[in-house]
Ligand binder design. Structure first.
Ligand code: FMN
Length: 303
């Protein structure tokens, strides 16, 4: 049995497999299927300052090898999370990453400050949501916006801070560097890619929100490329996600430069996928004489 444990920004994960925000809720439904303690970590559903009901339906459209979603940030709000969900999650013997978001940098900072007083292990700041103060453009699509929100959230919390990058940008490396410069402890990527589907009978978009975020196996090569570019450009740890479906995908993502991975959309196909990926990584290490999984991070050699 190889040592599967990894560290991200000094935070311990018993294995590199973290379930991705928005695809695992707060874990309660999955716990009926397997003990959550087999997971390296759980990134919880994006939580905002106040309760939100999300976008109107339909908000999921299928697409070859993936889905397009416009769920929006449906969540019960940070106060509810801290009182009703976090204590339950903290009994599950896995690392808990609180994914947070807001309509303004100030809202993100307020949520982070509330988490500072809890025993959550890490904060993951989603910067792909629209900034209402800047005409609705996502914070994460400009260096200035990404740096600005990181700076104010950094000042609001002493918890390890991982900033989750948007792939909907021209140059992800510039954004990653801007976020690193403002004190992020780690980066995670990728969030969903902006997409659209149209019902040709009604000539209307399938999603009520018109557009949505693409995820699942179809985005995997884009994610590997971005993780590789970012991991080679920054000095902080990187967590890779986007389309991972198998242990081999997870290993590929780590070779690209990720210290750990997140598993999202594939859970809708197979709710046991994250558990199977942990087992598969273990087997792969044994077959390849790898003593510690962390050895493989960033080992891809460029042609
Ligand atoms: C239905 C759904 C809801 C999501 N909600 C969130 C969220 O609340 N916060 C966040 O940072 N990412 C959210 N994501 C993005 C995922 O965490 C992940 O970054 C993305 O889906 C790519 O990984 P995957 O292809 O393995 O799903 C959501 C994705 C899906 C499919």
């Amino acid at each position: 049995m190889a040592d599967l444990s990894v560290k991200v920004a000094g935070v311990d994960f018993k294995n590199p497999v973290i379930v991705a925000s928005g695809t695992f809720g707060y874990g309660r439904e999955y716990e009926e299927l397997f003990p959550l303690s087999v997971l390296g970590g759980i990134s919880t559903k994006g939580t905002t300052g106040q309760r939100r009901t999300g976008n109107p339906s339909p908000r999921i459209a299928e697409t070859p090898s993936g889905i397009l979603n416009s769920v929006g940030l449906q969540n019960p709000g940070i106060d509810y999370f801290i009182v009703n969900e976090l204590p339950y999650l903290k009994t599950k013997n896995t690392t808990i990453v609180a994914n947070i978001a807001g309509s303004t940098p100030e809202e993100c900072a307020e949520v982070a400050a509330k988490l500072d007083a809890t025993d959550v292990d890490m904060i993951e700041l989603n910067i792909s949501c629209p900034n209402v103060k800047q005409g609705g453009a996502a914070f994460g699509t400009s260096c200035q916006g990404a740096a600005g929100v990181t700076k104010i959230v950094r000042a609001a919390t002493k918890k390890p801070l991982m900033v989750k990058l948007s792939p909907n940008v021209t140059n992800i490396v510039e954004i990653a560097k801007a976020v690193e410069a403002e004190g992020a402890d780690a980066l995670s990527l990728i969030n969903t890619l902006l997409g659209m589907r149209i019902d040709i009978k009604t000539r209307r978009p399938i999603l009520k929100n018109n557009v949505g975020g693409l995820s699942g196996p179809c985005v995997f090569p884009v994610a590997v490329r971005m993780v590789w570019q970012v991991a080679n450009a920054v000095g902080i740890d990187v967590v890779g996600m986007g389309g991972i479906a198998t242990a081999e995908d997870a290993i590929e993502m780590m070779m690209a430069g990720a210290k750990a991975v997140q598993i999202g959309t594939i859970l809708f196909n197979n709710p046991y996928a994250a558990v199977e990926i942990v087992d598969g990584m273990n087997r792969w290490c044994d077959e390849n004489n790898i003593k510690s999984i962390s050895e493989i991070s960033g080992t891809v050699e460029k042609w």
